[in-house]
Design a protein around this ligand. Structure first.
Ligand code: FAD
Ligand code: A2P
Length: 280
């Protein structure tokens, strides 16, 4: 073998490709987990200056083919104390962002605009005894943040997470999160006995079946968990799902005497859409 060839073999590998362009407000992907063919979660680095309240959302995205940022609203699924940021995402097959976002790998960059906002924050509720988190599908994301926040357990005696999906596999991200919390050496003790998890499915058999709305309206969830019916003195609620879900839950909560509040006007419940454009 000629010396030049040998030298080339021993030389450190030189990357001749141009360095990956850094996106504006870029954060690096640290972990990706695919839960079903429609759902995945991922973790990214957290901008040092980013402060947010558990339950808030930010705009995240990728560059489009024309080099313009393609951004969408995403609830931060990690709690405010976490060093990284976690997101829980749908995969819309022809969705402008998620048809591409679903292919991200560890080491890739995403855009993250560090301006958190949102109504699903504890400050937007009056003090109470029990807090109900009511979600369908990826509407679980803000509650994945709130369920991991010690402030929630300091402010409320009981935290009830109702999550409904069509199929059992779609509950798995939430199920593992709750199980992990209950066994967590730091927050586990705080959560024990306070966090009640009520996952249900509507199109596949599971221990608890039925829509959040039906289980509230019929009183089934109160009977199953051994709780009093909701009332405006003790109960607070946060709602996150499709527009149709939010409208239906709102009517039920109002039937129990709870009123919708906001950051600027705390009352008994708050609502946020898990996505827009479901045809209603
Ligand atoms: P889009 O063009 O945005 O949506 C295409 C269609 O897909 C929509 O018309 C709708 O019918 C459906 N769709 C979009 N998002 C969802 C969803 N999450 N579940 C079921 N159907 C959906 N999405 C998340 O996956 N995780 C989040 O944490 C999250 N937080 C959000 C917070 C807020 C306040 C809002 C308004 C939206 C949030 N979304 C979230 C939806 C998100 O902004 C995008 O719509 C989604 O990522 C799809 O983007 P896309 O460009 O691929 O398709
Ligand atoms: P169902 O199977 O009875 O429609 P989707 O995948 O369509 O977004 O629905 C997610 C979950 O939310 C499903 O279990 C679905 O139940 C439930 N759901 C859809 N719309 C409503 C609503 N208006 N009120 C309560 N639950 C709803």
């Amino acid at each position: 073998m000629a010396m030049t060839e040998l030298a080339a073999m021993n030389a450190p590998e030189v990357n001749t490709r141009p360095a990956k362009p850094h996106l504006p407000d870029a954060q690096v992907v640290k972990e990706v987990t695919h839960w079903t063919d429609r759902l995945f979660s991922f973790r990214v680095t957290r901008p040092q200056s980013l402060r947010f309240r558990s339950g808030e959302f930010v705009m995240i995205g990728l560059m489009d083919d024309k080099g313009k940022p393609l951004l969408r609203a995403y609830s931060i699924a990690s709690p405010s104390w976490d060093e990284e940021l976690e997101f829980y995402s749908i995969k819309v097959p022809d969705g402008p962002l998620t048809s591409r976002l679903q292919h991200i790998k560890v080491g890739d960059e995403i855009i993250l605009r560090p301006k958190p906002v949102g109504t699903l924050v504890v400050d937007a509720l009056m003090p109470g005894k029990r807090i109900w988190f009511l979600a369908t599908g990826t509407g679980l994301a803000p509650f994945a943040s709130l369920m991991r926040d010690p402030e929630v357990y300091e402010k409320f005696d009981q935290v009830i997470m109702m999550h409904t999906c069509r199929e059992v596999a779609e509950l798995e991200y939430g199920r593992q999160l709750v199980e992990g919390l209950q066994n967590d050496p730091l927050i586990g003790e705080m959560v024990a006995g306070k966090l009640l998890y009520y996952p249900t499915t509507t199109r596949e058999a599971s221990p608890h079946m039925g829509r959040v709305t039906d289980n509230l309206a019929s009183g089934k969830v109160f009977a199953d968990l051994g709780l009093r019916q909701m009332n405006p003195v003790d109960d607070r609620a946060m709602v996150c799902g499709s527009l149709a879900f939010n409208v239906d839950v709102k009517a039920i909560l109002e039937g129990f005497g709870l009123r919708e509040g906001a950051n600027s006007d705390p009352k008994e419940f708050v609502v946020e859409k898990a996505f827009v454009g479901d045809g209603i």
